[in-house]
Design a protein around this ligand. Structure first.
Ligand SMILES: [Cu+2]
Length: 163
């Protein structure tokens, strides 16, 4: 009788320990510097940018993102159409080993549609990224000051230009 009582917790402890170890082994995506621009109170959409680095050997893809920050979260890209830059939803963003996927203004981005409240510089908000192979990954997105053509002298830092 005693053997059974000891065995059961031992087995469940082993299972509990092996699960996170397995997950860590398969996590090959590094998310660098997730950020978003601050949004004026009248603007209801925002975008999140970051660099996705694949440190593994196999190709992976960002297939979705979600969060409480906005009503809808979509993967977008920019396309030139008849001389006009347009945003288009896309199904996935390729993240291949040795080829970091750079999400930035004017290019790939995570679109935040229907912001529940304005994005305020200095604050952060959580997003969950979903990769085809690496699975779900939580990130904390930092909100930065808006950089506009004319008013850059008002901004504290010039690291990120709009273009
Ligand atoms: Cu967009």
């Amino acid at each position: 009788m005693n053997i059974k009582l000891i065995k059961l917790p031992t087995l469940s402890l082993l299972l509990a320990l092996s699960a996170p170890v397995f997950a860590a082994d398969t996590t090959t995506i590094k998310v660098e510097e997730p950020w978003a621009r601050e949004s004026p109170p009248t603007v209801t959409n925002g975008a999140a940018y970051m660099t996705l680095v694949n440190t593994g050997k196999e190709a992976d893809r960002l297939v979705g993102a979600s969060g409480e920050v906005s009503a809808t979260v979509e993967l977008h890209t920019h396309l030139m159409e008849d001389g006009v830059m347009k945003m288009r939803p896309i199904k996935a963003i390729e993240v291949n080993p040795g080829e970091p996927a750079v999400l930035r203004p004017g290019g790939l981005h995570i679109m935040l549609i229907g912001l529940k409240k304005p994005l305020v510089a200095g604050q952060t908000f959580p997003l969950r990224l979903r990769f085809e192979k690496a699975g779900e990954m939580p990130v904390e997105v930092k909100v930065r000051k808006m950089e506009l053509g004319g008013g850059s002298e008002h901004s504290g830092h010039q690291v990120h230009k709009a273009q």
